[in-house]
Design a protein around this ligand. Structure first.
Ligand SMILES: [Zn+2]
Ligand SMILES: [Zn+2]
Length: 211
């Protein structure tokens, strides 16, 4: 049995430092998992049952990842960036989903806990570690619409962009009449703007790092 302090420490290591958000992420995970009937999220059976949708890409998300072992690469952790410190915990087996958010008065309450602590960060960390769960979080049962291509499991089939040839995971391709294209070739908005190609030969291989 891992102690909660150990969980905080591990989350801090993953995040780079222990901050109030990480603490909230850890506690939020323990609550969310418990409410959907998963006690040890990292054991091999439970790993297959759990999906988490987080509504922020900030500190708490690292806390959640650390405690639960859910990850973006395994498609068990999704960032739906609403800019809100909240997350929905979904149990594939029971289909039960519970959204945990932070009470609007939690910050003020935490601030009042240790008024004489000069290190404000530490004051929040200590408060969030010790305040009762019901004074920090709100839980609600929700339903989640998960389209099949969002789910974990074996890699989905791919299709190929008919213009540039890039492979696209099924469900993300764009249909233009009879042809299949990627976002870029469909001229849809992208998060980047290409400026120029650069050579990659002779860089980035292991030998380069070993030197
Ligand atoms: Zn942080
Ligand atoms: Zn393309």
């Amino acid at each position: 049995m891992v102690t909660i302090e150990k969980l905080y420490q591990q989350a801090g290591e993953l995040h780079g430092s222990t901050c109030p958000g990480v603490i909230l992420g850890v506690r939020m995970s323990l609550l969310g998992c418990r409410l959907i009937g998963i006690d040890e999220p990292k054991n091999s059976e439970n790993r297959k049952k759990l999906l988490i949708l987080v509504e922020t890409d900030r500190c708490a998300t690292d806390g959640i990842q650390s405690v639960t072992g859910c990850s973006i690469g395994r498609r068990t952790l999704k960032v739906v960036d609403y800019g809100i410190l909240a997350a929905t915990f979904y149990n594939f087996e029971t289909k039960r989903a519970v959204r945990i958010s932070v009470r609007t008065d939690a910050r003020a309450k935490a601030k009042d806990q240790h008024p004489h602590e000069v290190d404000k960060n530490l004051a929040y960390i200590t408060a969030y570690k010790t305040l009762p769960t019901e004074e920090i979080f709100i839980a609600e049962e929700v339903t989640v619409d998960l389209s099949s291509f969002e789910l974990p499991g074996p890699p989905p089939p791919r299709s190929q962009c008919n213009v540039c040839g890039e492979e696209i995971l099924s469900g993300r391709e764009i249909h233009r009449g009879q042809t299949i294209v990627c976002r870029r070739c469909a001229r849809l908005p992208l998060y980047y703007k290409p400026t120029k190609s650069i050579p990659v030969s002779g860089s980035g291989n292991q030998a380069e790092f070993d030197r």
